[in-house]
Design a protein. Structure first.
Lengths: 607, 535
């Protein structure tokens, strides 16, 4: 098949390719291209993994898929399409998440090169760690519109995916979302939360009802609002929103009246909020703006026109019905997952976000714009994916030939820059950041928080969201006390206790470990009264203090970071912490849950 | 209760399929692409990879010109050929498989050699938006490029041999109205407010605003008021220096209300005003490059063949000299900001209304010119789009490939200059040209049959080219050996990479958005270096 190429490549490369085994993570825009390039170059053994199924919006670039494949596994269809070209290649397809116990360090070790063609940071972080742990070269790729990049990650030789701190996901305070939105995005986030409350996975941190615990609302007026409603604690709802909606049979008018009438009137009663803000205007179902308008003439696509409030209410009603039917068709206890490309889900969020925006005197937006913001959509085209995938496979060839130094990072620009470059290369490999909290020989990071208010549950979130761990275990350095266990239920009873309550104080260090990622980091706690949640303190923020000189008693010769034996040391009796025997069994991986309000599930959609 | 009819504004299938790219080039870019007709000459791996990335986003139609019969070698390197394609016409087979990617695209295959078409039916090329070719002989390259230059059809010539690849874009004249700059300047006219804006800004009294509305005043008003206050002590001047801008910031700080304890209230809109001081207070001016455009001879000496772009430039000049009082038309785009809907919409309407007025004036001027010249009319929508982007118009005036091939004085000295540079990517240009010369002399690629004997022959070609541009021969023969080892074969990943690059540039040209490469790009996969040149 690829006989001709054998003459073009030198013997060493030809042989290296013949004996290679490659893992492609992601079968999307870049993944399809990489797979085709590998097959046509004569790579004999390829595994490809992707959790996703094919959507219509993939077809503008993911050329191994056609209309008839919509809904099928990306990995499987990609494999079948590529095999129809060259049946002699051994391709194994996994319709699965790469973040799973099935793909541990030993799995990664069997490959010569791992090629990332992912669209989200969580998976990128994970594969980064797996490749560091397995010491396998990783080629990391991404595109955004006309731009793109390819980068080699190799333990000890280059910086890793997490060496440079990435801009954090944009988050909004809960009370802004629930009580005082001022920008369209606040209403969009609220609408996505509402979707989850009504149809999706219920998350108590995504409450959409007025938040009476808002510090700003405190004072007499807030108190009067509380008492007038006769509630005893924070939230207005006693019954879950889902239950209430189900009880009304998802009656659009009743839902509307509660969400956009009663709840708004309740917010109005929290007078402190409106002293220096424009108060919201509750709406009545029967009398909505735009009711008597004749449908506007519009050019272009229908979802680029901004709907009137009346239209939004109609869309709200229709999408509620459709989503209710969808939910009813599923097994008991199942839920919907919000998807920007699912019509009713997107209609619902557009309608609710706009109605809420209108109430709060915030400009309304078209479905097209809201989709961009709600889905955090990054433009994606075939051409840039082809360019990046071509470069990635050429980089793979350099690596197989042993020319790692030639595999420097390269950035595709949308246009030629002032130095005449369409591609901006790094001159040399970028060495690892010695203070990286992931790939440094002894990873270490600071965690600034208020120990008096941060709970253990929130600490778990910090490890999952901040340190990108899947199932963290944490012990106190030198004491071996188990603070957090990834074993379900073991430390749950401490969830609501603050760090101070369990005896952790400023300067205390935790050893935090993720079994699957084979990753351990030393986390120094820093007391900060002002910090409302938590914040990682890395090299970029402040110089890292030198590691503590004082070595715990059970440390051996000081060469290795001491691994405290959890059961050997007992907690001080005045500590509120319980000690847990360490179990040798593998921990089960739970999907990370986020506490803070986020714009989207995806930080970046890069392919 | 009003009966909620389930009539959600439907999203059609096409906008779903193209959603991720519409966010890059918009509906009108998509429309331009769907009206586009791409011609590919030679469906080798490079050619099909290019067409793949143009068919997927939904180009209108594709014509493949290819007289060749599918060989085993083709099947081994080309994803868009099947084993059963062997012995059939390569263009037709590739087209069939490429069109499976997107049923909306029309396709045609032409089995005549391009030379014959050039000779017998040169009009054939007139209907294309872009012609893309690879693996052409030296002779055909020159004839075709000259013809396409004469009829003003964009041409992309490309090559992929072993680890080397190159593309060269020939654009006689290419105007880009939407360049999508990374950091777009706002156009607020605070220094020279037009009447309606001045009336609104002057009629606004920040001090009279109730506290609950104070946090909803658009920052544009805040800045304007701050400058007015500053001008009391600095009459007839505008804050330009860092010091003066800091004075404006202090004034904005003073505007922030205090609570009963004298602590400033945190108001997002005032924060935004402070952040905007640097960018929003830049004086309104006419960029030099736009001046050059509107006073260039193409804009001042119109004739009935003048392109819409030049007619609009001419109308723009008329506007700037008269109604615009030396300024560009108002863009009418307001950035997002913290503001109540009421203030925001009001302000937005003021800017939009002025933009509409300015665009209408220019549209009338365009109509007058069109009437005088008896040329094809230009739509109001096109004029409006032009008016929104007059601050960043971009024009490429290219050169003809046929001229480049003759290695005349200026081309020769340009190449010679780059051959002296340290990372000599220009060497690869010479090598690829030498391989082409080899092919026209020996009717095959260097190294195809007798790698050893071909080295000397290819070296003769290289030496000939170098002497044509008065350069001494290469000190070493490594590159020549490499080229012979390739035997003219394509490496799939190199072709896939370059194919993506060529398709990306072709789409920029067809949609007339973003700045295309001007005009040559070279990639060396062995060193992983890239370079661009302007011939």
């Amino acid at each position: 098949m690829v006989a001709r190429v054998a003459g073009v490549f030198d013997e060493k490369l030809t042989e290296a390719i013949a004996n290679s085994k490659i893992l492609v993570v992601g079968a999307g825009g870049i993944g399809c291209e990489i797979l085709k390039n590998l097959v046509l170059t004569g790579f004999p053994q390829i595994e490809i993994i992707d959790l996703d199924t094919i959507d219509v919006s993939n077809l503008n670039r993911q050329f191994l898929f056609h209309k008839e494949h919509v809904g099928k596994s990306k990995a499987q269809v990609a494999k079948d399409s590529a095999l129809s070209f060259n049946p002699n290649v051994n391709i194994i397809a996994h319709h699965d998440s790469v973040i799973s116990n099935d793909y541990g360090v030993s799995y990664f070790k069997q490959f010569n090169i791992v090629m990332n063609a992912l669209d989200n940071r969580v998976a990128r972080n994970h594969v980064n760690r797996m490749c560091l742990a397995a010491n396998v070269p990783l080629i990391e790729t991404g595109t955004a519109g006309y731009a793109g990049q390819v980068e080699l990650i190799k333990k000890g030789l280059t910086q890793c995916y997490e060496c440079q701190p990435k801009a954090p996901q944009k988050t909004f305070p809960g009370c802004t979302i629930r009580n005082t939105p001022s920008e369209p995005i606040h209403c969009i986030v609220w609408a996505k939360h509402l979707f989850n409350q009504l149809f999706g996975e219920e998350d108590p941190d995504q409450d959409v009802s007025p938040d009476t615990a808002d510090p700003e609302a405190a004072g007499e007026a807030g108190a009067s609002a509380l008492s007038s409603e006769g509630t005893t604690s924070g939230n207005v709802e006693r019954k879950s929103t889902r239950q209430w909606a189900a009880d009304t049979n998802y009656d659009a008018e009743k839902l509307f009246t509660k969400l956009f009438g009663d709840d708004i009137r309740y917010l109005l009663s929290m007078e402190n909020l409106w002293k220096k803000r424009r108060p919201p205007t509750p709406l009545t179902w029967d009398n909505l703006p735009g009711k008597d308008d004749t449908p506007a003439q519009h050019s272009g696509l229908p979802d680029q026109r901004v709907w009137s409030v009346h239209e939004c209410a109609q869309v709200f009603a229709a999408s509620c019905k459709a989503l209710q039917a969808d939910l009813a068709g599923r097994p008991e206890g199942d839920h919907l997952v919000w998807d920007k490309d699912e019509k009713s889900a997107m209609d619902f969020v557009t309608a609710c976000a706009n109605i809420r925006a209108y109430i709060f005197n915030i400009p309304t937006k078209s479905r097209f714009e809201i989709k961009s913001m709600a889905g955090n959509i990054i433009p994606a085209i075939a051409t840039a994916n082809a360019i990046v995938a071509g470069l990635a496979v050429l980089r793979a060839q350099s690596i197989l030939r042993g020319h790692l130094a030639a595999a420097t990072s390269v950035y595709l620009r949308p246009k030629v820059n002032h130095r005449g470059q369409l591609f901006v290369p790094e001159k040399t490999l970028t060495p690892p950041n010695p203070k990286c909290y992931v790939c440094a020989p002894k990873p270490e990071v600071g965690l600034a928080c208020n120990l008096k208010s941060l709970t253990l549950k929130e600490l778990t979130t910090a490890f999952k969201d901040g340190l990108n761990m899947q199932a963290p275990d944490a012990t106190v350095e030198g004491k071996g006390l188990v603070v957090l266990s990834s074993e379900p239920g073991e430390t749950d009873h401490n969830n609501d206790k603050t760090l101070e309550q369990i005896g952790l104080n400023d300067g205390c260090a935790l050893l935090v470990d993720d079994f699957l990622q084979n990753y351990e980091v030393r986390v120094r706690l820093q007391q900060e009264d002002e910090e409302k949640t938590w914040r990682l303190v890395t090299d970029a923020d402040a110089p890292m203090p030198a590691p503590k000189e004082e070595k715990p008693a059970n440390g051996s010769n000081g060469a290795d970071e001491p691994k405290p034996g959890p059961s050997r040391t007992r907690a001080d009796s005045d500590s509120d912490m319980e000690i847990i025997e360490e179990d040798e069994d593998e921990t089960t991986v739970k999907p990370p849950k986020r506490r803070r309000t986020e714009m989207s599930d995806e930080v970046v959609e890069l392919c | 209760m009003a009966s909620p009819s389930p009539k959600s504004p439907e999203q059609n299938e096409k906008s779903k399929q193209y959603d991720r790219q519409l966010r890059l080039w918009g509906d009108h870019g998509q429309a331009a692409l769907e009206n586009g007709h791409i011609c590919l000459i030679n469906a080798n791996a490079l050619g099909t990879e290019i067409i793949k990335s143009i068919v997927l986003p939904g180009v209108g139609s594709v014509t493949i010109i290819d007289e060749n019969i599918v060989s085993d070698e083709d099947i081994g390197s080309n994803f868009f050929l099947e084993c059963s394609s062997k012995g059939l016409n390569r263009g037709s087979e590739a087209l069939r498989l490429l069109l499976e990617l997107n049923p909306a695209v029309q396709g045609h295959a032409v089995q005549e050699p391009p030379d014959q078409i050039l000779k017998e039916n040169p009009e054939f090329f007139k209907s294309f938006s872009v012609v893309i070719a690879s693996s052409l002989s030296e002779r055909t390259i020159q004839d075709l490029s000259q013809h396409l230059w004469d009829i003003n059809i964009p041409f992309i010539l490309c090559r992929s041999v072993g680890f080397l690849s190159l593309f060269r874009i020939q654009l006689k004249e290419h105007a880009v109205i939407e360049t999508h700059p990374e950091n777009e300047q706002v156009d607020l006219r605070l220094d020279v407010p037009f009447q309606t804006l001045a009336d609104y800004l002057n009629g606004f009294d920040i001090d009279a605003v109730e506290l609950k509305d104070h946090g909803h005043i658009p920052w544009i008003i805040i800045l304007y008021k701050a400058v007015q206050k500053w001008q009391i002590t600095n009459p007839n001047s505008w804050p330009m220096s860092r010091k003066e801008k800091n004075e404006i910031r202090s004034i904005v700080q003073e505007f922030i209300r205090k609570d009963e304890n004298g602590v400033p209230i945190n108001e997002e809109n005032f924060e935004e005003a402070l952040r905007a001081v640097n960018t929003a207070l830049l004086p309104t001016f006419l960029p030099v490059k736009i001046q050059e455009l509107i006073y260039s001879s193409s804009a001042t000496n119109l004739n009935k063949d003048s392109s819409p772009f030049w007619i609009m430039c001419s109308a723009l000049r008329g506007f700037i000299e008269a109604e615009g009082k030396g300024k560009l038309p108002v863009r009418g785009v307001l950035p997002d900001m913290t503001a109540s809907t009421e203030h925001y919409i009001k302000l937005q309407n003021i800017y939009r209304a002025q933009a509409v007025i300015d665009a209408e004036i220019i549209y009338r001027k365009v109509q007058q010119i069109v009437a005088q010249l008896h040329c094809e009319s230009i739509s109001e929508a096109d004029v409006k789009l032009f008016c929104r982007h007059t601050h960043d118009l971009y024009l490429i005036k290219g050169t003809c490939i046929a001229t480049e091939y003759q290695l005349g004085g200026s081309v020769a000295s340009y190449i010679a200059r780059y051959l002296e540079e340290p990372d000599v990517m220009m060497v690869h240009y010479i090598l690829l040209r030498a391989a082409e010369m080899f092919r026209s002399e020996h009717n095959r690629a260097p190294g195809d049959w007798e790698p050893e004997a071909d080295i000397a022959k290819l070296k003769t070609c290289v030496t000939k080219l170098l002497s044509d541009i008065s350069c001494s021969p290469f000190p070493k023969d490594d590159h020549i050996h490499e080229m012979c080892r390739y035997g003219g074969a394509e490496i799939h990943s190199v072709s896939a990479f370059l194919g993506g690059c060529v398709a990306q540039e072709a789409i920029k040209i067809v949609t007339k958005q973003y700045k295309p490469v001007n005009n040559m790009f070279i990639y060396d996969g062995a060193s992983t270096n890239t370079a661009t040149f302007t011939f």
